[in-house]
Design a protein around this ligand. Structure first.
Ligand code: ACM
Ligand code: ZN
Length: 794
């Protein structure tokens, strides 16, 4: 339809049909939440097929922004198809219903924008074109993602003033473990744009595959991009014996850089050195300490064969690679890795030892000479890149030794490295694994996600990240921003990538963009439901865990018919969907007990199950086995060996909280011990204080995870003693359990010992660990983890 006709047609409709003309209001409560909004309650601006997008003449960036907006409005399928875009001369009058893009030098932040809606116009102004782009993103997310009938979109009048909190807002993608095609990389970049992110960290090289063409070293891709086989499952001893490969030509990489640039996104390439280099070593064995032979790595993990820093040819190789990388990628920063580089080869290599000597690298109390050898390598590459006008980013391992002087540190092993680096005056990007590793599970239940890599990072956890926590105001200035990382050992398809990043990316977007005082998880989830509609429209395979029932189990001494106390199950969903539950292990239905929103009090053994029922369907069922016995909710103390900090969760009380852990060792129900046997003393209560009979005990049981692929083994024995005073203990029973020998075993082990009834106030249980991983295991002879839960006393 020609423009004039279209205007006449719409006008006629308006005349004929003003009363039937349905209007849907836009909603500016988007993700990330803008910093400031003020509404004026005038007649809303009506976005319809007549709306024109105008931009200043001769501004090619704003012209492109106008085209993006036209594309977004068309995608929204709200009855606006390819709205016209039009250049206007400065000072020229703009007629009709228009969205006006422009620059405003008075806006402070380089990426800031002001979006003003009046009855006649929408103005999106930025200090830069970049800022205008974010105003467009906000407008795009404010309108319904799809049409729900014949309707126009009403934009409430007012002003949004917005700017990001952090200047670095990143997402990482590992294309080494699995390769993703150019078209998908573009989709990934589009998702960054949708979430107001501005940096794509492209992890291009790995042990398992070298993915970027380097012209001076063609074998890097000829040989290094293909592994001949891939391990099946979680590092079993079986392989698929199928070649797997893929790489990006320099032309393709440049195409990605341009695609990202058009969307105000910087691509930061990572060439990970001196570790994670097996693919390169397979191509050029001379670059390793032993000379090989090497294989493009078919397994996952950290490997001892790394670059030989003593060999000048290897150092030249790294510089040559970087020389081509800077020609492809114009980013200010180049990421040079530095993580997980074992020192074992360097310790034995004559060339590396000669380099240590020649450079005068010395060990001290904290660092070995080999740590300093790695620092030598990082600093040398930093100098090389500085000479090309670039700066380096390295993983937090670069703090071990002498930190390359101008390096920006990417903190991944928690936030500690980043905090230390900021205190030392280095710039920092926060990507702490416990908040930002999107390869970690999204569900506390590992059954749901057999190939998560461990760790539990639900949307709420991502949302709770505060990148500047524990820093002074001055130190906090060194935190450039935050990023999530997606390592792809167990993620082989674009659909699986989408599932791992969405909607966690939405939570991250708000960490990166929105000021902390405006952040509120509950409010976020209500806005998330709308963003998810857009994911649905675009056919994205987002994870649905946010709609699951959230359950908290607290203990109480009140309201209980049981002298030990009771457990209160408090349930919620992000959309307040009705929840139904049972206590007898039967599947709940809409005929079951309706949850009353205050909590279910449970004071005896139960098999608790609950579901949320929505018109669209039934949620995943939550299930909790609750066991009440003499130890439940009683005081408990661990003597000696304590759980590893990462797996200590609620502490010793976890073992008598009445709740039996499921298959997932990282769910919070299990305590994980790295070393030593576990000794617990439980106070069963003083019967004299309540004039009761002495407490009799005749059975003690516990449970442990057996999951040899994850280096976790069960118990090999229980020893039970009793005492009246918590001082003198008398052994009453012990039992030995055989150590597991099947290296693929995965189960929950049950361990119990029964004996003649004895009177007891205090019960001491020693839970013996398995001393070593069995023959044939990748960690043969090493000490496995011991994960235990729930000590039962009857
Ligand atoms: C890392 O996760 N190895 C940086
Ligand atoms: Zn060497």
């Amino acid at each position: 339809m020609k423009k004039l006709n279209r205007a006449l047609f719409a006008g006629a409709l308006a005349l004929v049909c003003t009363s039937c003309h349905k209007v849907t209001e836009a909603n500016y409560q988007v993700i990330p939440l803008p910093q400031e909004m003020n509404f004026t309650k005038e007649t809303p601006f009506e976005l319809d097929g007549n709306t024109t997008i105008v931009y200043p003449e001769n501004n090619v960036l704003l012209k492109r922004n106008a085209e993006f907006l036209a594309e977004y409005l068309t995608q929204a399928a709200i009855g606006i198809d390819n709205p016209p875009t039009q250049a206007v001369a400065e000072g020229a009058e703009v007629k009709g219903q228009t969205i006006v893009l422009g620059l405003d030098p008075t806006i402070e932040n380089q990426e800031g924008y002001v979006l003003t809606v009046t009855p006649k116009n929408v103005f999106i102004k930025g200090k830069t074109e970049n800022g205008v782009f974010y105003g467009i993103q906000t407008l795009r997310k404010s309108i319904p993602p799809t049409k729900t009938g014949f309707e126009n979109i009403a934009l409430p009048t007012g002003t949004i003033k917005d700017a990001p909190r952090f200047s670095y807002r990143g997402m990482h993608l590992d294309v080494g473990r699995h390769f993703f095609p150019v078209e998908f990389i573009k989709e990934y970049i589009d998702l960054l744009a949708l979430h107001n992110m501005n940096t794509f960290h492209w992890h291009l090289t790995e042990d398992q595959g070298w993915r970027i063409e380097i012209k001076k070293y063609p074998k890097l891709t000829e040989i290094g991009s293909i592994r001949n086989r891939t391990v099946i499952g979680r590092n079993t001893n079986e392989y698929d014996n199928t070649p797997y490969g893929g790489f990006y030509t320099q032309e393709q990489a440049k195409e990605i850089v341009k695609y990202a640039q058009d969307r105000y996104i910087t691509v930061i390439p990572e060439v990970d050195l001196p570790g994670h280099m097996l693919a390169a070593l397979a191509a050029y064995p001379d670059m390793g300490c032993t000379g090989g032979p090497y294989e493009v790595c078919p397994r996952w993990g950290v490997f001892e064969d790394v670059i030989c820093i003593g060999n000048e040819k290897s150092m030249q190789f790294l510089e040559d690679v970087m020389a081509e990388i800077v020609e492809i990628f114009p980013s200010e920063y180049i990421h040079i890795g530095g993580d997980e580089a074992p020192r074992t080869r360097w310790e034995k290599c004559p060339k590396c030892q000669a380099r240590i000597k020649a450079e005068g690298l010395k060990a001290d109390k904290e660092h070995t000479a080999e740590d300093r050898l790695q620092s030598y390598c990082m600093t040398r590459i930093e100098k090389f890149l500085n000479s090309k006008g670039r700066r380096i980013i390295g993983w937090d391992e670069i703090l071990e030794g002498d930190v390359a002087p101008n390096a920006t540190v990417m903190s991944w092993r928690g936030s500690e490295g980043g905090i230390k680096a900021a205190q030392m005056g280095h710039d920092v990007i926060m990507t702490p694994n416990n908040f930002c590793y999107f390869d970690y599970y999204q569900s506390a239940d590992s059954k749901d996600e057999p190939f998560g890599i461990g760790g539990y990072v639900p949307v709420e956890k991502v949302y709770s990240l505060e990148p500047t926590a524990s820093l002074t105001e001055e130190q906090a200035k060194h935190i450039l921003g935050a990023q999530a990382n997606l390592w792809t050992e167990y993620i082989a398809t674009p659909q699986h990538v989408e599932y791992m990043i969405l909607p966690r990316m939405a939570a991250l977007a708000e960490v990166q963009w929105t000021q902390p005082e405006k952040k509120d998880y509950k409010d976020f989830t209500s806005r998330l439901a709308r963003l998810i509609k857009l994911y649905e429209r675009d056919g994205l395979n987002y994870a649905k865990h946010v709609f699951d029932i959230k359950a908290e189990y607290n203990s109480t001494k009140e309201e209980s018919g049981n002298s030990n106390g009771a457990i209160v199950a408090v349930l919620s969903t992000i959309d307040n969907a009705p929840i139904y539950y049972t206590l007898d292990g039967t599947e709940p239905t809409s005929a079951s007990q309706l949850y009353n929103r205050t909590g279910v009090v449970i004071d005896q053994s139960a098999d608790f199950r609950a579901i949320a029922i929505r018109p669209e369907g039934t949620s995943k069922m939550i299930e909790k086995k609750i066991s009440f016995n003499k130890a439940t909710l009683r005081p408990i103390e661990l003597i000696g060996t304590q759980p590893a900090p990462k797996y200590s969760f609620g502490g010793a009380n976890t073992l008598v909280d009445g709740m039996i852990g499921n298959e997932s060792y990282s769910s919070g129900s299990w305590l994980g011990f790295i070393d030593g046997d576990v000794t617990a003393v439980i106070d069963l209560g003083n019967p004299a204080a309540v004039n009761a009979e002495p407490i009799k005990v005749k059975r003690v049981a516990t449970h442990a995870i057996v999951e040899l692929n994850s280096w976790i083994m069960g118990s090999t024995g229980l020893v039970v003693s009793v005492s009246d005073d918590n001082k003198e203990f008398r052994e009453v029973a012990s039992k030995v359990f055989p150590a597991e020998t099947d290296i693929n075993k995965k189960e929950i082990g049950n361990y119990e010992v029964t004996f003649e009834p004895v009177n007891a106030r205090y019960v001491k249980v020693v839970i013996k660990r398995t001393p070593a991983l069995p023959k044939g295991h990748a960690g043969e002879g090493k000490v496995p983890f011991l994960f235990i839960d729930e000590i039962e006393v009857e």
